[in-house]
Design a protein around this ligand. Structure first.
Ligand SMILES: [Mg+2]
Length: 182
């Protein structure tokens, strides 16, 4: 059962950062594709500064063939905020899917499927791993995706500190139940 512990979604794996993920292990588990959350995972929230270790690890994993393709997926809410996602993705030669009204946003399975369709026609959820720092990313385990929870990058800001507290609570609740660390 991938959904356990007070109804909180349980990640398949956890890692200390995107840069720490061993994509060889991911490949051996049958994962072919990667969907990567942006805010808190690849960059601090609303920042243009991408974590260089994360970039290096993703690019190496692609180069080595541990993953066939990776796509950035980010909930931006409204269309004007999609520009930042596109600018970052373009800079690092990664496809991207910005989710905004009226289209489905994470954790809707449709949002994950829309991002997946940008990199492959393969629709088998089990071949994808979702990497993220928040519960909305981990909800993907409900739909058969594999997930990796990483601690959020950067400090919380005044507009997301309440959300960060909820996320910290989530992390604490499932902390003792992590299946295994990568
Ligand atoms: Mg995030």
């Amino acid at each position: 059962m991938s959904y356990a512990g007070h109804g909180y979604p349980l990640p398949t794996w956890t890692a200390n950062s995107v840069g720490d993920i061993d994509f060889k292990v991911i490949k051996e588990a049958g994962v072919l594709y990667c969907l990567l959350d942006l805010d808190g995972t690849f960059t601090p929230t609303l920042s243009m500064d991408v974590c260089q270790n994360a970039v290096r690890n993703i690019q190496t994993a692609l180069w080595e063939g541990f993953i066939r393709a990776a796509c950035i997926i980010s909930n931006v809410g409204v269309w004007p905020l999609a520009h930042r996602v596109s600018a970052i993705a373009t800079k690092y030669h990664l496809p991207h899917h910005a989710c905004y009204w009226p289209w489905p946003m994470k954790p809707s399975v449709k949002a994950f499927e829309h991002a997946s369709a940008l990199i492959t026609s393969d629709t088998d959820h089990h071949k994808f791993v979702i990497i993220g720092d928040q519960r909305s990313d981990m909800e993907a385990t409900k739909y058969g995706y594999r997930t990796i929870l990483v601690p959020p990058l950067g400090t919380s800001t005044w507009w997301n500190s309440w959300k960060r507290k909820m996320e910290d609570d989530h992390r604490r609740r499932i902390g003792a139940r992590f299946p295994h660390e990568l």
